[in-house]
Every structure is written in structure tokens, then in C-alpha cells.
Design a protein around this ligand. Structure first.
Ligand SMILES: C[S@@+](CC[C@H](N)C(=O)[O-])C[C@H]1O[C@@H](n2cnc3c(N)ncnc32)[C@H](O)[C@@H]1O
Length: 260
């Protein structure tokens, strides 16, 4: 095998949250297989590559996992430098591990480049530190689907001192809130919804567990990816938000410099 596969994370949204290593691999590759939620500016860094969308979103499957494995293996065997690009981090709810195993079993050389996961960068964009001294000394990242894991965690996990970050859970927020309340979490436990973190359309709601089910999501943000945060750290964000300056102009200048 002369080719090579790089499994990589594109980060949570904005192109300049890509790692430098990932940007280099993109610039050098021949072929990119990319998923949903990857910023077009990230893709553009793969200037000389063929780019194929193989993502799935909201149950719309455009390609099954086996086919993706076959494509990666075949392209590498033909000597291509292939990038497999996923949103966030490739090993967080991204099936990157399965792809790594398939490549290893096929004897295809590969490496894995981490990405900034939305599980961390999502709360951060809303000013929420996932841990905070005296408030939360840990966090768990759970999928909304399937429900077994959040049900077990909310049944047995700490009521305070732990931050719950739940991805792929927007549609189930009423069910999750009702379950947590039934399990003895406080109605006043701070809760947040973070949509499209690190994108131009980012939108955040902050309130309490009791109000989470009734939170209104604006129509124009409904297609954005989003996550839920449950825990006292959501209230800490109010102390940060008040004095946090956006420096939008500087940010834009940095971005232009990086992408130039
Ligand atoms: C299939 S998972 C992949 C997670 C990804 N590998 C990561 O580490 O962020 C997709 C979920 O990530 C979350 N997500 C991805 N990008 C996001 C963003 N910019 N803002 C909020 N949530 C995001 C949403 O919960 C979405 O349903």
C-alpha cells in the first residue's frame, strides 16, 4: 500500500478552530471524504483534492459505513493520500474508531488527528466552563440517542458537582428534563441549549431544568446542530458573559490572516 488515510476532526464550526496539523494534511491530500457540519472554509483548504460528501444527518443516509470503509481502503491502495474529515473530534460520536479498525484490519497505514469537540467547545462558546472550582469537578458527555446512557447517568449520577453535556438531544429535551426531575434533580438546576456553536448563527438559551422543556427555539436556528448542558456551571457563565468582549474585528482579522 503506497497510500495513506488521515482520520481527522474539523472542530466545532469555524475554520480557524482546525488544528495546524489538520490544515497541513488537508493541503497535501488527494481525496477528502467529509461529513455533515464541516465548514466549507475547512474543505477549501484541501485545494488540490477531490472532495466527496459521505455524511448522514437526521437519518438521511447518503452512504453506509461499510461503503465508506471500502472507499477509504480502495483509495489508499491506489496510492492516494486520503483525508477522512469529521466534525468536532473524530473519536467522539463520529464512528472514527470503527474506521480506524477497518483500516488497521486491511493493513492500510493511517493516522488520527484530533479535533476540538463540540462537547467542550459548545459550552465554551456560550461562556460555560464545563468544570469550575467549587461548582463542578467533572463532566460527562452523553448521546441523546440511544437513551440508555443518559437514563442510567441521570438515575444514578450526582445531582450536583457534575456537568452533563448531552449531544444529539435537542428533540428529546422535554423527555430528558422530565426524567431528570423525576429522578430528583432540582427544578432550579441551571440548564442550557447551545446551537451552532462557533458559527455565525450561534444561538443559546439559558434557564432552569423546569423551564427546559418549554424553551422556544427560533425557527431560523432549527437546522443547526445543538447540545444540552445541565449543571450549576451554566450559572457561572452569567458571571463570565457580562464582561466578555467579543472583539469581532480582531477575530475577523485573525481569520483572514490564517486563511490567506
Ligand atoms: C454525530 S455527533 C458528532 C460530534 C463530533 N464528533 C464532536 O466531537 O463534536 C453530532 C452532534 O454534535 C453536536 N454538535 C456538532 N457541532 C456542533 C456545534 N457547532 N454546536 C453545537 N453542537 C454541535 C450536536 O449535538 C450534533 O448533533
Amino acid at each position: 500500500v503506497k497510500g495513506h488515510v488521515t482520520l481527522m476532526g474539523a472542530g466545532p464550526g469555524a475554520a480557524d478552530l482546525l488544528t495546524v496539523r489538520a490544515a497541513r494534511a488537508l493541503a497535501a491530500c488527494d481525496l477528502v471524504l467529509y461529513d455533515a457540519l464541516v465548514d466549507p472554509e475547512v474543505l477549501a483548504l484541501a485545494a488540490r483534492a477531490h472532495r466527496f460528501y459521505v455524511g448522514k444527518r437526521r437519518g438521511r443516509h447518503s452512504m453506509d459505513q461499510e461503503t465508506i470503509h471500502r472507499l477509504l481502503i480502495r483509495a489508499a491502495r491506489r496510492g492516494k493520500r486520503v483525508v477522512r474529515l469529521k466534525c468536532g473530534d473524530p473519536f467522539v460520536f463520529g464512528r472514527g474508531g470503527e474506521e480506524a479498525i477497518a483500516l488497521a484490519e486491511a493493513g492500510v497505514p493511517f493516522d488520527v488527528i484530533p479535533g476540538v469537540s463540540s462537547a467542550l467547545a459548545g459550552p465554551l462558546d456560550a461562556g460555560i466552563p464545563v468544570t469550575h472550582r467549587g461548582v463542578a469537578s467533572g463532566f460527562v458527555v452523553l448521546p441523546g440517542e440511544p437513551s440508555r446512557m443518559w437514563r442510567e447517568m441521570l438515575s444514578a449520577g450526582p445531582r450536583n458537582g457534575l456537568t452533563y453535556v448531552i449531544l444529539m438531544a435537542l428533540a428529546r429535551r422535554a423527555e430528558i428534563a422530565a426524567f431528570a426531575l423525576a429522578k430528583g434533580f432540582s427544578t432550579e438546576l441551571p440548564a442550557a441549549i447551545v446551537l451552532g456553536a462557533h458559527t455565525r448563527n450561534a444561538w443559546t438559551w439559558k434557564g432552569t431544568l423546569a423551564r427546559l422543556a418549554g424553551a422556544e427555539i427560533p425557527r431560523d436556528t432549527r437546522d443547526l446542530p445543538g447540545l444540552l448542558v445541565l449543571g450549576d456551571v451554566v450559572a457561572v457563565s452569567e458571571r463570565i458573559a457580562r464582561t466578555r468582549q467579543e472583539h469581532a474585528e480582531y477575530k475577523e482579522m485573525d481569520r483572514e490572516h490564517f486563511l490567506a
